[in-house]
Design a protein around this ligand. Sequence first.
Ligand SMILES: [Zn+2]
Length: 278
Amino acid sequence: MHDQGPNKNPPSLIPELFPNVALLGEKELLWASSGPFRFSFPGLNSYEGLHHSVFTRKTGTDNRTTGEFDLSFGGGQAGSVVSSLHQVRVTVAASSLVIMRQTHSDQVAALNQVPKQDIVQYECDAVISPFKGVGLLVRTADCQGVLLYDPEANVVAAVHCGWRGAVQNILAKTVETMVREFGSGAGDIRAAIGPSLGPCCGEFKGYRNIFPVEFRDFMGEHSHFDMWAVSCGQLKEAGLREENIEVATLCTKCNTHLFYSYRADKSTGRFGAAIALC
Ligand SMILES: [Zn+2]
């Protein structure tokens, strides 16, 4: 018998566990025709009061000739990162852009005034804004960048959610803060989960020591976990409706031509997802 090896391409558990969640492959996402190369989610895109974009690592659609669109301060030159951040800010039509010093914490920042600078950094892993023209950026390489939007309360959030964030349930903490501070109804909130480690590559050998027991519901073979499904479960538990959740089923480690992947390359850049009320 031909051995395909461990978990060559396990499907996501989402269709079975959360049948009403929108699973979006490369073809269903809305790709921009001019650079920086990026896409938007069809659900979020249907709202007029909102700008959002998920950026790839490419400045343009032609992989051979276009440069790297690296939003990390670790690689590249500080000057080019700042210019890329301004491109993100302009793309979501924001006059100021909030970036996060992400530390895999469960710190949620709620903006109470419009930032005075055009680029401002907060130490947190989730940020919420009720202000028009303020962009929120999450930067990732394998971790999930999750965008939230409540069209009724008119508030947006960007969340950095890796496995440590999932263990701390930063998604629920962000939703709770939107409800408490901005009067959101959890059932009104839309969520979009960006490119990140898929069930194909989500191996966590030490899961017994790092994951709560309830994550076992999202475990496949060979210590592989479907972190997309984990997040859908946490969002649903926090009160979101399945049909208000979209997932870009693009695994970063499997698509390093488009996205940065820490597991694939260790020393690597960061791509971003940004959202702003307009
Ligand atoms: Zn993969």
